[in-house]
Structures are given as C-alpha cells and as structure tokens.
Design a protein around this ligand. Sequence first.
Ligand SMILES: Cc1cc2nc3c(=O)[nH]c(=O)nc-3n(C[C@H](O)[C@H](O)[C@H](O)COP(=O)(O)O)c2cc1C
Length: 199
Amino acid sequence: MEYYEVLARRRMYRHFSTDPIPQDALDRILSSATRGPSAGFTQGFDFLILNDALSLGQFWSLALTDKWRKTTSMHKDLWNAPVVIIPLANPQAYAQRYSEPDKEYSNLDSEVNWPVPYWHIDTAFASMLILNSVVNENLGALFFGLFRNMNSIKEAFGIPEGLVPIGAIAIGHPSSSELSASSKRGRRPRSSQFHFNRF
Ligand SMILES: Cc1cc2nc3c(=O)[nH]c(=O)nc-3n(C[C@H](O)[C@H](O)[C@H](O)COP(=O)(O)O)c2cc1C
C-alpha cells in the first residue's frame, strides 16, 4: 500500500470478527515496531502479545467489568480480536542508558530529571508503527486505555516490576466500521493547529 494511503486509511476499529491473523502478517507488524526512534537508542520498550484464547479471556475479564461488557454497544465485538498487544515502557532502561559515559553530560541518570518521559514517547512511537502496519496488512486495530486491575494484569502475565503498560492494541479483522462519538468530532482545521514562525 502506498505510504500516504496507509495514513489516510488509519483509524480505530472497535468491532472485530474472530477470524485469525496470519502469522506472517503478525510477524511483519511486530517487526515494524522495532523500526522507530528512541532516545539514546535505548529501545526501552517491550511488548506482551496475547494470542491464545486462555490469555485473551483472562485479559478481557481483568481489563473490563462484566457489566460494561454486557451493556456496551460501541465495543461489543472488541474482545473477538484474535490478538492484543500490550506495549510496555521501561523508565529504568532510560535512566540507565543516560548514565553511560556518552550521556553523562545530560544529567538524566534519574527519572525525575527528565523534562518529558521519553519512555512513554518512544513506546507510543512504536505503537504508532504497529497501528500503521496493521492498515498495510488490511487489518484493523484499536489502541485503548487500561484503567483497572493494572496490578492483577501485570501479575497474571508475569510483567516485570518497573515496566509500565501504556495501554493495549487490539488487532483483528474489522466486522463493522461504526465510528465512536470521539471519532465523529472531526479533525481540527489545519489553520488552527499549525503555527508557522510564531504561535
Ligand atoms: C492514548 C489513546 C487512548 C485511547 N483510548 C481509547 C479507549 O480507551 N477506547 C476507545 O474506544 N478509543 C480509544 N482511543 C481511540 C481514540 O478515540 C481515537 O484515536 C480518536 O477518536 C480518533 O479516531 P481515529 O483514531 O479513528 O482517527 C484512544 C486513542 C489514544 C491515542
């Protein structure tokens, strides 16, 4: 697919069929996540990939309440997605990298000194590559927030202490293209968003 077509087609899907994702497509999607930039080339992010029924069932029952799952219409086929990827940011990896001799000058060997959390930025860059590659594979995805049972999710899947799930990405074959209320807000006009030479 042509690059700008990928960008134009990129959107979040919230309804999926249970059809599996071909392993080679998943491999390409995951490889693309390693092509992003990272501060000091720290690459301080990992991915937990859930793609068996047991793990997926366990994940959804921790991430969402039964009540919400029974009542939501916008997300009612979300949990059909055959793959969920949880991108994990690793703050300590950045503090460690920036205490190496070539970065000593930066005074960034402690997390608290960072003006913005580069571990979240880099993990989000990698996640964006996943989202775009999903489009290129003619699949759909939803990046969504994790708001409950974070410790139980970490424990259930053996996520090491110190790694921070920045959300989750459900990937599958879209079964509906219904838009969410947020998506219907439309894009901001360019003139309100791009500030040439002076804000
Ligand atoms: C950090 C982040 C968190 C999001 N969380 C959710 C979520 O919890 N549930 C959801 O349905 N969509 C979520 N979204 C998707 C946004 O609603 C969506 O990207 C936005 O409405 C624009 O639509 P589009 O991505 O289809 O162009 C999230 C997106 C981002 C970037």
